[in-house]
Design a protein around this ligand. Sequence first.
Ligand SMILES: NC(=O)c1ccc[n+]([C@@H]2O[C@H](COP(=O)([O-])OP(=O)(O)OC[C@H]3O[C@@H](n4cnc5c(N)ncnc54)[C@H](OP(=O)(O)O)[C@@H]3O)[C@@H](O)[C@H]2O)c1
Length: 310
Amino acid sequence: MARFAIVTSEEIPKQMPAAFRALLPEHDFALYPDLGAADAIDYAVAWKPPPGVLVGLKNLKAIFSFAAGVESFLSDPHMPRAVPIVRAVSDVSRATMSGYAMAQILRYHHKLDHYQRQQAERVWKKTMPREPAETTVTILGTGVLGADLAGRLLPFGFPVVGWSRNPKNIAGIRNLHGPASFDEAMKAGNIVVCLLPLTPQTKAILDARAFALMPAGGFVINMGRGMHVVAADLIAALDSGHLAGATLDVTEPEPLPPADPLWRHPKITITPHIAGLMPPRRIMQNMADTVRHCLKSGKFEHTADLDRGY
Ligand SMILES: NC(=O)c1ccc[n+]([C@@H]2O[C@H](COP(=O)([O-])OP(=O)(O)OC[C@H]3O[C@@H](n4cnc5c(N)ncnc54)[C@H](OP(=O)(O)O)[C@@H]3O)[C@@H](O)[C@H]2O)c1
């Protein structure tokens, strides 16, 4: 039997330890701050941990994150550096995120916003479509999520360009990597989907210069983190007519304040960080599957690297 600590600074249901015990009856779960003997904790299940708490768990063997993005751990200067952080990755999370991206991409491709406006005017008028082959989708970040999206786009006939930090060889797409090929990736993308982690290198990566590189009439989908996009530059690129639209699932800050101009922009769709949202029951089931898999195999997969920053 291993002992788990559930550690977060967010409001979570008090019954979570009992729910985890029901999923993993062979293990014990305690909810921070009522952890009992800190040295007896083997693993943590965590998200946005209060700084300094995890380092106090001296015998921690691994941390299981509730989320795929792990910047809330990396920003803690006291994070125990030798303890692996397992990101929340599952078939369901991949399908959920890719489904959201596909919904936005197909909405743009089928001009659904245009037809919705026509419907309001009761106008029955066809606009000739572009073929998928004429619409390149650039995916910034071809990790777990970006690679999954690429695989789902190809059967539709969209050319896909992927951009990563290290060289990749994802079948069927144009694989680009590194800062030197960023411009090429942006120039190719009629649709640009951001699935990057937030790091010093990727912060504000989607700025006026990046938008200007995109072909006219382009569409931007940000599913990474709000700080990837310079909001004022996005608004300017939309107002000038260079970009046709944008969907932002993530903003800076979150929640987006009511007075923020992003809310009211007619070419921007805002969703409240729900691209990867799943019912709590599913998140816990995925977490339990990951824990069982890691403990059985003795291997921790999809781990974040503190030095790399994601
Ligand atoms: N909106 C939501 O609800 C939601 C939900 C889940 C995740 N997310 C966001 O999605 C992000 C990606 O998740 P993931 O699971 O796919 O992460 P991942 O597997 O770590 O993939 C990250 C990708 O970004 C690339 N990358 C990182 N830094 C780069 C740089 N400086 N230049 C070029 N490429 C860079 C990586 O390149 P390499 O392959 O070379 O390492 C990798 O391909 C998360 O970090 C989080 O911010 C959002």
